[in-house]
Design a protein around this ligand. Structure first.
Ligand code: F0G
Length: 464
């Protein structure tokens, strides 16, 4: 492990430091979250971001092939021979004019960063390779997470690839899509279905990991967030190192938001960029704690001392009303985001906003993203749905450059998609209607045809 890396409490008034190999992921002094920090006086600082392009010439080295570890000089906590990579991060950031038109943007202004191309089909692999590398370096034998499905799929795949670690995953009962569950099972994870939701499972996994000394890979693990910074490095690379005006990201446990904030804070501090983009974090309306706290209650980072009273009052309201997160975007069906303080810091440094979108709005946006040629799961589509809103509000100018992060692949969670396009009103009602979705404005319904040549030919002539 690097002698120039360590862990540090995120709160400037505490700033306690913790050994790199510590796996409690909690400040011993104040109980706060930790960052991975580096002593840049003892480490080489890349002279410019362009420097990373030369790595492409070295693609037979698996570390340079990885879209995460190509940038390892910006998170140098592990020695090269400790790194476990399975080729994560080969993802695309591309202009999407048809989707941009739907969202009210001018041609050439909306980009989609498609993280569905990762080995497990979601952005989680960017962070899992980093957490896993740390886990191996401290000699862990078992790794655990609570998950709405994608973290567990990613953990399961890395455990299987390592052939030396066992995955233990906690999922809320009935809360995980088949696509994601199938990955956990197929890759050999011990899968515990907890009677409760994600928030319950996350509390439990922290308790159990501590008791049994199991390595925790949920996003309170700061090493995961180090890997997820690379999503922003690749985005900048795709834009020829020009910083966009906005990055739009779904908000669940707020790990990505925090990692993106850290990426820009670091690049500014190292003098590798001169301005940060603004960040828009998007909640589902049925799981909107961050929106409520940030936009409705005015909770801010406040120099490292967010208003604990306001947060406490809101959390007590959730408890007293037994208010459970409830959205078709099961990936972000989370009411108690563990990275809240880090996300507040990210929005403070990046001039952020938070919005919420309904399940109907996100499914319409998802259909438009799909029609534009990229398939994503419902949570990812909150981003485009929110751009439409923010343009209408006048917060985003249609001529600004906006990058939406599509966090996972369409096939992760096909149930809502099939129901959206279904011509069966019973199915629509059962899956979408009872969650408040009234119509599917961009449904592409299957056409029923008798098994007769003439009828089939006629249907094609009429519809295609
Ligand atoms: N999009 C997808 C597809 C996700 O799976 C998640 C989180 C998010 C967005 C939200 O990201 O937590 O960094 O704000 N899924 C986690 C899981 C919670 O268990 O797979 P975040």
């Amino acid at each position: 492990m690097s002698a120039s890396a360590f862990q540090r409490c995120i709160h400037p008034h505490c700033a306690a430091t913790v050994d790199l190999g510590d796996t409690s992921f909690q400040c011993p002094k104040c109980g706060g979250l930790l960052d991975v920090a580096y002593d840049w006086n003892r480490l080489p600082v890349p002279k410019s971001l362009k420097h990373f392009e030369s790595k492409w010439a070295n693609r037979n080295n698996p570390l340079d092939f990885s879209g995460v570890w190509r940038f390892r000089e910006l998170f140098p906590f592990a020695a090269d021979d400790q790194i476990l990579t399975i080729g994560e991060g080969q993802t695309l950031c591309q202009k999407a004019d048809a989707v941009g038109q739907f969202a009210g943007m001018k041609p050439g202004c909306l980009y989609l960063q498609y993280e569905g191309m990762n080995p497990s089909g979601s952005f989680k692999d960017n962070g899992m390779t980093a957490a896993f590398t740390h886990a191996l370096s401290v000699g862990a034998r078992r790794a655990a997470c609570a998950s709405t499905g994608n973290t567990s799929a990613s953990l399961a795949i890395y455990c299987a690839a390592s052939q030396q670690m066992r995955a233990v995953i906690f999922i809320g009962s009935g809360k995980i899509s088949y696509g994601k569950l199938s990955q956990a099972l197929e890759h050999g994870a011990l899968t515990l279905q907890i009677a409760g939701d994600f928030d319950d499972a996350l509390r439990r996994v922290q308790e159990v990991s501590k008791q049994l000394g199991i390595y925790l890979v949920n996003s309170i693990n700061p090493f995961r967030l180090e890997g997820q910074k690379s999503i922003m490095f690749r985005m900048l690379e795709a834009l020829n190192w020009e910083v966009p005006d906005w990055v739009v990201v779904p908000g669940g446990n707020l790990g990505n938001t925090s990692a993106f904030g850290n990426a820009f804070i670091q690049l500014l501090e190292l003098g590798l960029i001169t301005k940060a983009p603004r960040i828009a974090v998007i909640n589902a309306a049925g799981a909107d704690t961050f929106y409520q706290l940030y936009e409705k209650n005015g909770v801010r980072w406040n120099g490292g001392a967010p208003d604990g009273r306001k947060i406490g009052v809101y959390m007590k309201y959730l408890d007293d009303a037994d208010k459970r997160a409830d959205t078709l975007a099961s990936a972000i069906e989370i009411n108690r985001p563990v990275n809240l303080p880090k996300a507040l810091r990210a929005l403070d440094r990046c001039g952020g906003v938070v919005r919420e979108v309904t399940d109907g709005e996100m499914l319409d946006a998802k259909a438009k993203i799909g029609a534009g040629g990229l398939g994503c799961e419902p949570a990812s589509a909150t981003t485009v749905a929110a751009v439409l809103k923010l343009v209408r509000e006048g917060v985003i100018d249609p001529g600004e450059r906006v990058v939406c992060i599509l966090t996972a692949h369409l096939l992760k969670d096909p149930t809502a998609t099939v129901a959206y396009h279904s011509s069966d009103p019973k199915m629509f009602e059962e899956i979408l209607g009872k969650r408040g979705v009234r119509r599917a404005s961009y449904a592409n319904k299957a056409v029923q045809v008798p098994n007769q040549l003439d009828a089939i030919v006629q249907a094609i002539e009429v519809y295609a």
